[in-house]
Design a protein around this ligand. Structure first.
Ligand SMILES: Nc1nc2c(ncn2[C@@H]2O[C@H](COP(=O)(O)OP(=O)(O)OP(=O)(O)O)[C@@H](O)[C@H]2O)c(=O)[nH]1
Ligand SMILES: [Mg+2]
Length: 353
């Protein structure tokens, strides 16, 4: 804000600063009231159960919903067996072996997990060619399992080299559905030699994903071999971390400090329809986690999507929110008449395209 000259010794300017502080407090209270009002809009809250997820306070920990996705034959079921350390689901060299999602209640390090193995998702053109309705149903089944997941693990076949189109489509679907994404680069035993480490391989996969989907950069990648068991134990800590970040609720103070910094160094563009006033984003509030969702209070309601994307990207970098969507909506707020009824514009998320 504007500097206020004061002299502590003579008491000059103290009244002025009191006025400024009072104004700031009022302004903050007003914004908070608006935020609360906005939250009570049924439109905004949707059918989301709790505003803040609460895992530790009361009752037993909720199982982590983990869905395993990928193309046929990449080793999803082998991975499930390797995690469970038992031959629980059927595996084999024939693609399309798993036909329906199989859900297993499991405990990892004393923590409950609901693990879902799904049918392989193949190219739609292939599906059409085979005229295979059962497989179509299997894909729908996999998509249903995705919708209830906290974390989705996308399994890749390292031997295939580059990521296939349907794998990118699955990654896109995971993020669009608001789930947290972890990538498992499997069958590493088939390609890795002394020269080419698992770490290097994970980095290569990461780079490939980033190239196609900038918003999926730094999505966690775990390279392993489900068959030999090598590095399988690295997956679950990454998965739990992915859930923690996904349901994290960031304090309003920290969020607004971040907003101030980022809008000061990169101010939002002036929007024509908003008159000649400079666009100002006054306040940010997290309305829910799973995935992180925010409301931005602005003096205009038509901030360009490109700027929202920039904010979301900067947010990702600052708070390590990788491999998930960050949803930001705009709410026009005027100080003189805070409830003058501009409907909230729904955020489009990152829009991975
Ligand atoms: N070399 C190697 N082979 C693997 C690995 N993981 C799985 N396989 C093999 O790959 C084939 C397919 O494995 P599954 O686990 O059945 O694959 P899936 O992804 O469940 O396949 P669908 O159920 O058909 O979608 C089997 O022959 C496995 O033994 C691995 O890490 N290394
Ligand atoms: Mg399978």
């Amino acid at each position: 804000g504007k500097p206020v000259p004061i002299s502590a010794e003579h008491g000059e300017g103290i009244a002025d600063i009191a006025v400024v502080i009072d104004r700031l407090v009022k302004k903050k209270r007003l914004l908070q009231e608006q935020a609360e009002q906005a939250l009570s809009d049924t439109d905004l809250v949707e059918s989301q159960p709790a505003l803040l997820p609460n895992e530790s306070d009361d009752g037993p920990e909720k199982p982590l919903q983990l869905t395993i996705l990928g193309r046929p034959n990449v080793g999803k079921s082998t991975l499930v067996n390797a995690l469970l350390k038992q031959e629980r689901v059927i595996t084999g060299a024939t693609p399309g072996l798993t036909r329906d999602s199989i859900s297993v209640n499991w405990t990892w390090n004393d923590r409950p997990v609901q693990l879902v193995d799904t049918a392989g998702i193949r190219k739609s053109s292939n599906r059409a060619k085979h005229g295979d309705d059962i497989e179509d149903m299997a894909v729908r089944d996999a998509m249903r399992a995705l919708k209830v997941a906290d974390v989705a693990v996308l399994v890749l076949d390292a031997e295939a080299g580059v990521l296939q189109r349907q794998e990118l489509a699955i990654a896109d679907a995971v993020v669009r559905e608001g789930r947290s994404l972890v990538i498992c680069a499997n069958k590493m035993d088939l390609i890795v030699d002394q020269e080419y480490s698992a770490k290097q391989y994970a980095m290569d996969v990461s780079q490939q994903i980033e190239l196609r989907f900038p918003m999926l950069r730094k999505t966690p990648v775990v390279a392993m071999s489900s068959l030999t068991g090598k590095n399988v134990q690295a997956l679950m800590p990454v998965v739990f971390n992915a859930r923690d970040r996904w349901q994290r609720v960031i304090s309003t103070g920290i969020l607004n400090r971040w907003l101030q910094e980022v809008t000061a160094s990169h101010p939002p563009p002036t929007v024509r329809s908003g008159g000649t006033k400079a666009t100002k984003i006054k306040y940010i509030l997290q309305t829910k986690g799973r995935p992180p969702t925010f409301l931005l209070f602005c003096n205009v309601d038509d901030i360009p999507q490109s700027y929202i994307r920039f904010l979301a990207r900067n947010f990702q970098d600052t708070f390590f929110m990788f491999g998930m969507d960050t949803r930001m909506s705009i709410k026009k707020s005027s100080e003189t008449n805070p409830y003058s009824g501009n409907a909230t514009k729904k955020g489009k998320g990152f829009g991975l395209g």
